[in-house]
Every structure is written in structure tokens, then in C-alpha cells.
Design a protein around this ligand. Structure first.
Ligand SMILES: NC(=O)c1ccc[n+]([C@@H]2O[C@H](COP(=O)([O-])OP(=O)(O)OC[C@H]3O[C@@H](n4cnc5c(N)ncnc54)[C@H](OP(=O)(O)O)[C@@H]3O)[C@@H](O)[C@H]2O)c1
Length: 258
């Protein structure tokens, strides 16, 4: 099965590209930074003799979404689709700059949902397709240090769940990935993180789970239980745990200025 990876130039998307290239499968790689994408493509071609096509697109823009829909649907044998691209998690910025809220919803929720709305009816008609949507464990319980990011990831998780419900009977598999902490640029500099997964290990977990037709994947699996514990925890207990949110609020409240 070939793979079409949106957000393929780093982190999870890049590691997934390696997994599929190892299996000798053709790749379509999407990101915004053309130079970086070309470097990735050249490396995969040399390393695995992979067939790689690249597409420079900003998924946060309406025109970018239309380009992606057209390019994806033009492929004869529809590749497995991985939707990895996302804007980052830096919350204090969102408090200070209103337009950032709009931008992160556009990249993480609106762009992906418009893109999937554009392709899923065709997949349903053909009665085939594998779609993998990256959410986050942050979508499963609001946290004080990244409420905007969490909300964008909750939006795609609920959308993917709804679409899975609609598409299952039509032969289209929609898988939602709930990553915990993975060692990528997104977590770089965050210090010691619990249950940190390697990006290679996480990509292997995802590929294996999608091969098996799983609806939902947690990387690592322990996050399923950690998040369940947070979800069933009484609110008054959870609200006492804001110390877990750490430095950001200290900075916002000016308490780090001694
Ligand atoms: N890493 C973690 O610990 C973690 C935890 C929970 C959830 N996740 C989720 O897992 C997914 C992968 O995360 P990651 O850590 O691998 O991210 P990453 O290393 O930051 O990679 C993001 C990729 O998406 C591309 N991208 C970003 N914005 C884009 C846009 N508007 N249009 C097209 N491409 C875009 C980036 O390339 P360009 O900048 O060149 O476009 C890059 O290739 C994300 O959905 C993230 O929210 C990650």
C-alpha cells in the first residue's frame, strides 16, 4: 500500500515515510518547506530506492486544501493517507496574539476537516481507503498549559470518530492516533517528559495498528489508561493538579520575574 503523508518533512510524518519506503511502497510527501522536502525525498530515494513525489502545500490555506484534494483523488490506486501536519503547542503566544488562535484552528482542525470532507465521499463511492488522523492525548482532557491546541485536536478527534462511524459500512477505514509525548521538534526543549516514545517506535506502532484495521491507536499504549484515569477523576481533584502545567502560567502571571 502506497502512502500519502501530509506533514512528511519531520517528526512522525518523516518516520512514517521511512516505514513505508522500507516496505518498497511509493510515497507522496507534503509539507510547506520545499527545500526540506526535497532533502527528505532525496534521502529516501537513495536509502531505499523509493519512488517519491513531493507536494509543497500549506494545509492551513483554502487553496492548499483544494490542491491536496485534487492531487490525492488524481492518484489511480488511492494511497493510505496520513494527516500528521499540525501547528505547535505554544500557549502563552495564543493568549497574547488573537490571530494565532485562528491560525492554529485553521492548520489543525479546519484545513484537515475541509480536506477530508473533500475526499471521503469519493472513497465511500469506491468502497475503499485508509485514512489516519493525528489527534493527541491532549484532546482527551483539557490542560491549562495548552487549551487552544487541545481544543483543535479534540475537534479533529470528534470529526474522525463521526466519519469512522459513517464510513465503516462503506469499506473506508478511518483511524485516529492519540500520541502521547514523542521525541520530535514539537517536544524539543520541554525537559523530562513521562512515557516519552521514540519517533521510530511510534511510527512502527501506528503502521502496525493501521495494518490491522484498528480504529484508535495510542502511542504509547499506557496513555490509554493514563487518560482514562484523568477522564474519570473528579473535577475537584483534577483542578488541584494545575501544578502539572508548570512554567507557562508562572510566566504569564509574572511569578517567574524575581
Ligand atoms: N510530538 C508529540 O509529542 C505529539 C504529541 C501529541 C500529538 N502529536 C501530533 O502528531 C502529529 C505529528 O507531530 P510531530 O511532532 O511529528 O510534528 P512536527 O515534527 O512538528 O512535524 C510537523 C510536520 O507538518 C508539516 N506542517 C506543519 N504545518 C503545516 C501546514 N500548515 N501545511 C502543511 N504541512 C505542515 C511540517 O513541515 P513544514 O513546516 O515544512 O510545513 C512538518 O513536516 C501532529 O498532528 C501533532 O499534533 C505530536
Amino acid at each position: 500500500m502506497s502512502a500519502f503523508i501530509i506533514g512528511a518533512s519531520s517528526g512522525m510524518g518523516l518516520a512514517l515515510a521511512h516505514e513505508h519506503a522500507k516496505r518498497g511502497e511509493p510515497l507522496w510527501l507534503v509539507a510547506r518547506d520545499e527545500e526540506e522536502l526535497q532533502k527528505v525525498a532525496a534521502d529516501l530515494e537513495i536509502r531505499y530506492r523509493a519512488t517519491v513525489k513531493t507536494l509543497v502545500v500549506d494545509m492551513a490555506e483554502a487553496a492548499g486544501v483544494q490542491t491536496l484534494i485534487k492531487n490525492y483523488l488524481d492518484i489511480q490506486e488511492l494511497p493510505r493517507l496520513y494527516l500528521c501536519a499540525a501547528a505547535g503547542t505554544d500557549y502563552p503566544d495564543f493568549l497574547e496574539k488573537a490571530d494565532k488562535v485562528q491560525a492554529v484552528f485553521q492548520a489543525n482542525s479546519i484545513g484537515p476537516i475541509q480536506f477530508l470532507n473533500g475526499i471521503l465521499p469519493t472513497l465511500a463511492q469506491k468502497g475503499e481507503g485508509e485514512v489516519v488522523v493525528f489527534s493527541s492525548v491532549a484532546a482527551l482532557k483539557g490542560k491549562g498549559n495548552n487549551p487552544v491546541y487541545s481544543a483543535t485536536k479534540a475537534a479533529v478527534a470528534v470529526y474522525a470518530e463521526g466519519m469512522r462511524n459513517a464510513m465503516k459500512a462503506k469499506g473506508v477505514q478511518v483511524t485516529t492516533v492519540f500520541p502521547g509525548f514523542i521525541d520530535t521538534s514539537q517536544t524539543f526543549g520541554m525537559g523530562k517528559l513521562p512515557f516519552l516514545h521514540t519517533v521510530e517506535g511510534a511510527a512502527q506502532d501506528v503502521v502496525r495498528a493501521v495494518d490491522k484495521g484498528r480504529d484508535v491507536v495510542f502511542t504509547k499504549w499506557i496513555w490509554r489508561f493514563v487518560m482514562l484515569a484523568f477522564q474519570i477523576m473528579p473535577g475537584f481533584v483534577y483542578n488541584k493538579m494545575s501544578f502539572l502545567d508548570g512554567a507557562d502560567w508562572q510566566r504569564i502571571l509574572g511569578k517567574d520575574k524575581k
